[in-house]
Design a protein around this ligand. Structure first.
Ligand code: IUR
Length: 454
């Protein structure tokens, strides 16, 4: 336990960072303890965050910040026989990103233990917890003891953050938002890796996205973030790897909470889109390589892909739903081969199909504009705590690279109140790029552009 610092001491720490100095481990511990114990004023936290945003941090400082944040709350512990088995993935957020819903049960089917702590959607990005909550009865709040029981019995669970996990991040994240310091490499690293460190993982894989609908628009800056996350994750004793993946067009065929649950279930039934399956198997395959369960990425990908074909990942998803509060008849119904999904999930009252205005090859779909339109139709929230409409979303009826005719339906929008307006319809008509495929475009079908191993 660190000593309580005075306001004057915090002032010195802020000045040191503001002037470009390197904070010592001790100074960083004092700062994080001050945040946790509330002995530092909010204005001082805000000033320190801005100093870090402007001057950055050396790797040693980022490591110390992350470690102290992790130790600000409970650090989970697992049975000794799970050594090497506890794994998780984290994504920097995207549009149509339902990877967690497929990957967690697939990894459980491979024998891993996956205590997946996920987030809610904010701004244009979707959140895994919101998606799961479109399933009647699904409870994302599970006490740590229950979490361990579900992992023992099922192998995976997907839950929200607990009160006791990295309390310093709760304070820092809210103040980063208020002080425009969210996009700082050391602060992002500290926030993400401290929470994963508190899960006491053996291996972690990060899906760092770049593109028009990602936090970082260009590959180079996404790569710098990935390197920082990988370096600090490994320095805390978790084998940490990363995938750099494109976030331009929506991932898979559906965007919107209940629609993405449907697509995840279809993928778990062996009927997923190639791009989604490739991303899931690459992330899962990397984890299997990192915890020495597969000899190569190709082998790991095959092992994960098999769980989607043979029904074993689907069985894990069903068991996870039941363990997290979904009634057995509901879980069974969603997982049966020929489900009428909307006997269980809520379907929006209105659907409108958009048609192509000419023939051509689908070159691109702007996921950012699509997400913004769906957000304004009620699919997402602008502030934490706002309610959302789980039934709002869109289905892409064509794939990138596909040849389409004039007048062919290409997008089905699901909405209630507010209704889809003529202005929004025009915006959506513009997100489809048609043309003649070039060599450049034939290479953009795969979302994954690079993998980084520990
Ligand atoms: N997710 C987090 O948990 N922390 C962050 O700082 C960001 C995303 I950006």
């Amino acid at each position: 336990m660190s000593h309580a610092q005075t306001s004057a001491t915090y002032q010195e720490l802020i000045r040191k960072k503001r002037d470009g100095g390197q904070l010592t481990d001790r100074e960083i511990r004092d700062f994080v303890q001050g945040v946790k114990l509330k002995t530092i004023q909010e204005s001082q936290i805000g000033a320190m965050l801005m100093a870090i945003w402007q001057k950055g941090m050396e790797t040693e400082e980022t490591h110390a910040l992350t470690k102290e944040m992790m130790l600000s709350g409970e650090v989970m512990s697992w049975p000794a026989e799970w050594e090497g088995l506890v794994v998780d993935k984290h994504s920097t957020g995207g549009v149509g990103d339902k990877v967690s819903l497929v990957l967690a049960p697939a990894l459980a089917a491979c024998g891993c233990k996956v205590p997946m702590i996920s987030g809610r959607g904010l701004a244009h990005t979707g959140g895994t917890l919101d998606k799961l909550e479109s399933i009647p009865g699904f409870n994302i709040y599970q006490p740590v003891q229950q979490l361990q029981r579900i992992l023992a019995e099922v192998g995976c669970c997907i839950v929200g953050q607990t009160e006791t996990l990295v309390p310093a991040d709760k304070v820092l994240y809210a103040l980063r938002d208020a002080t425009s310091t969210v996009d700082s490499l050391p602060l992002i690293t500290g926030s993400i890796i401290s929470k994963k460190g508190a899960e006491s993982l053996s291996a972690l894989v990060l899906d760092v996205k770049f593109g028009r609908a990602a936090l970082y628009k260009d590959l180079a800056s996404a790569k710098t973030l990935a390197q920082s996350l990988v370096t600090v994750g490994n320095s805390l004793g978790m084998r940490t790897g990363a995938v750099l993946s494109r976030m331009d067009a929506p991932i898979g065929r559906c965007v919107g909470n209940s629609l993405e649950v449907v697509e995840s279930l279809e993928t778990l039934k062996g009927r997923g889109s190639h791009t989604l399956i490739d991303l899931v198997t690459t992330l899962g395959g990397l984890l299997l390589v990192m915890n020495s369960r597969s000899a190569s990425l190709e082998e790991g990908k095959r092992v994960v892909a098999r769980t989607l074909q043979d029904g074993s990942a689907l069985a894990k998803f069903q068991a996870m739903m039941q363990a997290q509060g979904v009634a057995k008849h509901v879980a069974c119904s969603l997982c049966s081969a020929h489900t009428e999904y909307y006997s269980v999930l809520r379907r929006a009252q209105n659907q409108t199909e958009l048609e192509t205005q000419r023939q051509g090859t689908v070159l691109d779909v702007d996921g950012m504009v699509l997400a913004e339109v769906l957000h304004s139709l009620g699919a997402g929230r602008s502030k934490a705590g706002e309610p959302i409409n789980h039934s709002v979303g869109a289905e892409l009826l064509v794939s990138i690279g596909e040849q389409v005719d004039k007048g062919q339906p290409w997008l089905r929008v699901h909405y209630e109140t507010p209704a889809l307006s003529p202005a929004q319809t025009l915006l959506l008509q513009d997100i489809l790029s048609l043309g003649t495929p070039s060599l450049q475009h034939t290479h953009t079908h795969s979302l994954v552009v690079e993998t980084i191993l520990p």
